[in-house]
Write a protein that binds this ligand. Structure first.
Ligand SMILES: [Fe+2]
Length: 354
């Protein structure tokens, strides 16, 4: 292929692969509802799909939606990039195995979260004869493809990562252990909607949270929930945190230091990705608790960088969080006007000084 003189028009290895896959690509900051985006036939998977390529990833990780038709089975796959899967709708099963090994099969349904162990063979099945399955996958494919730019190495590599997966019979049982407060290590979460959360005072407004270390990945996931009439403190970190709204209604503000915020309105099924080190802040503007799942960089076990640290510490003291008393008064004013539209009372504590 001839190389253009203009570097801006040259595709990365990942972008070239994405284009060659022949399915649509949705770009931008935000997708309103992953459950209804249009999907097209995807030969590699044997189902239908669409890439959800959000600007806030900074090219570090990426995501897609895949649909499995009623009664359908996808093609077996393995790849040298990490993949975390959240089931948007339907129910089914996945078989996972390593080269020459025996298959482990586990069942899932809407709300399940799991990780495919790196480079393991896997195959997804739809267990319903009448309802399509839709799942959302977040992968580290951009980094891996751009580094190696060799599809045979990435999709046809016999190396087995025994340190990640050795076909342990209970690997996808849903059992897990607490590594530390609020950090749960497990490879399968049956339902992120009902998983019990723990208080995280420092992030504000009585919010609750749990983090998931999955399949010895460098990616991690977490759930946060915050009550009616409240909002979380603004914070910032590195790129690639895919925030998927599980329930509730509200909005988020996203802004680079010193700039005017962009407002993203969301509800169940929405996804957005705050760009690298942009401040972002989540507001519950609805009549029920707001809950989201984030799939992102920032594993605690396998740390990648320093960009996902001090997320709950005051920026005045070197942290990456804006305390309520230090935020722009327009933030509180906007929240109160959004609540007023819904006839909801603010439950935010008064701030002592501005
Ligand atoms: Fe965040």
């Amino acid at each position: 292929m001839p190389i253009s003189n203009d570097p801006a028009t040259v595709l990365t290895a990942y972008q070239a692969w994405q284009k060659a896959e022949g399915i649509p690509v949705i770009r931008g900051f935000y997708v309103e509802d992953l459950r209804t985006v249009e999907v097209q036939p995807w030969a590699r998977k044997g189902g239908r799909g669409v890439f959800i390529d959000m600007e806030g990833t900074g090219g570090t990780n990426d995501s897609y939606v895949c649909e499995i038709p009623p009664g359908g089975t996808l093609e077996p796959q393995r790849h040298l990039y990490e993949e975390v899967i959240y089931v948007l709708k339907g129910r089914g099963a996945t078989a996972v195995w390593t080269e020459g090994g025996s298959k482990l099969t586990f069942e899932w349904q809407a709300g399940s979260l799991f990780a495919i162990p790196l480079n393991s063979w896997h195959q997804h099945f739809n267990a319903s004869g009448t309802e399509a399955v839709r799942y959302y996958g977040v992968t580290t494919a951009p980094l891996v493809m751009n580094l190696f730019h060799n599809h045979d190495f990435i999709f046809n590599n016999p190396f087995v990562f025994r340190d990640r997966f050795s076909e342990e019979a209970d690997f996808f049982s849903g059992r897990g252990t607490f590594l530390a407060s609020r950090i749960w290590e497990a490879n399968f979460i049956p339902d992120v909607n009902t998983f019990q959360l723990l208080e995280w005072k420092e992030r504000g407004a009585g919010g609750r949270n749990i983090m998931f270390e999955l399949a010895n990945n460098t990616m991690i996931a977490h759930i946060s929930e915050f009550s009616v009439g409240t909002y979380k403190k603004a914070h910032r970190h590195g790129p690639g945190a895919h925030v998927i709204i599980l329930g509730g209604k509200g909005y988020s503000l996203l802004w680079p230091e010193g700039a005017k915020p962009t407002k993203v309105d969301w509800h169940a099924g929405s996804v957005f990705v705050p760009p690298d080190f942009w401040w972002h802040q989540h507001f519950n503007a609805g009549a029920t608790p707001a809950r989201y799942l984030a799939i992102r960089w920032g594993s605690v076990k396998h740390k990648l960088d320093e960009k996902h640290s001090k997320l709950d510490q005051d920026r005045e003291k070197g942290g990456n969080q804006i305390e309520y008393e230090n935020e722009d008064p327009a933030v509180r004013a906007l929240f109160e006007s959004e609540l007023a539209k819904e006839g909801i009372q603010s439950r935010m504590p008064a701030v002592s000084s501005r």
